[in-house]
Write a protein that binds this ligand. Sequence first.
Ligand code: FAD
Length: 360
Amino acid sequence: MSNAPKPAPAAGAGRASTRKELPEHFKAYRHVWVAMEMEHGKVHPVSFELLGEGRKLADKRGVELAGVVMGGDGEEVAAAAIEAFEHGADVVYTIVDPILTHYRNDPYTRALTDLVNTYKPEILLLGATNLGRDLAGSVATTLLTGLTADCTELAIDDEGSLAATRPTFGGSLLCTIFTLNYRPQMATVRPRVMAMPEREPGRRGRIVSHDLGLAEAEIVTKVLDFIADGDSGRAALPYADIVVAGGLGLRSAENMQLVKALAAVLGGEYGGSRPLVQKGWITADRQIGQTGKTIRPRLYIAAGISGAIQHRVGVEGADTIVAINTDPNAPIMEFAHLAIVGDAVKILPALTDAFARHLS
Ligand code: FAD
């Protein structure tokens, strides 16, 4: 019996509805919104992925797609708005206020809930990043509405009900969650789960500026300093073009060096399966899979990884998957594009040498 997740049902299929007909006040809630995330003045790529997905939902529903950009620097916010239009937004709601220079939960929650209460979107999407998870939870509880976290698929039915699908029971099942009786319907999606839409340079739309109306004295949290964690590769992992990862088949922490060496020669990032985090061979931020990072590299090399479903869901968006495994019947062979059957401890250094010679 396969323990692969069952495909998600079509929007609305099998729904245990407790709602007889659409409440009248729901009609005020229209359009699909993406709360765009700014990271040190730049838009986080997950926001563009969400605009791509939001565009499909908005088109199906025949409504507008809007981006929400909040920040302390007017030029950065204006640049982000243009990027939002070029990735599919029809409208961008902006709030520029020095209070929003660095992310803090309280002013950002106030800003976003105020926008929602004023303009009433039917659907609100955020990235399931540290910032997005923090903000989505507090916005949903402030608005007293439903939030489905870490979705892997989004669909919409003719009544405007969002079918938000996410893994459950350790990834062995997919469940589809509806927010039938509250608005807006909120969902978060992890980076790299949705495809990046094509950018349309020159595409423009409408900007709606909104005031925050909040004084610094009303906010209890202050940002005193930023301390870099010293491993920028962790953040780069989901967006790396080449990823080399190790699994328990490496047999020792020292052999992770072989993975790192190949990743370095290829100009890529390294990661690993969950047991390697549990053994302390890699840090949690380098874990790939359902409870780690989702990646979509052009090349993924998995050394000594069996390809359990929880690992597979994090890598199957890769263009080319190369498995190095002693077992020709390992589950990873079902979805790898190329397989090298053999000892990873010998094959990794041979590949590193070959690429080093070829690329020098
Ligand atoms: P193993 O399954 O032990 O596989 C080792 C592989 O190495 C085998 O295929 C073996 O044939 C091969 N091998 C052995 N010796 C060699 C050698 N010398 N050279 C080459 N190959 C060799 N796992 C994740 O990775 N990411 C997740 O996010 C994740 N989330 C999880 C969430 C939950 C709720 C649960 C229950 C599990 C999760 N797991 C996750 C764990 C997952 O189920 C697997 O246990 C895990 O992926 C297996 O790791 P592995 O492939 O490194 O080890």
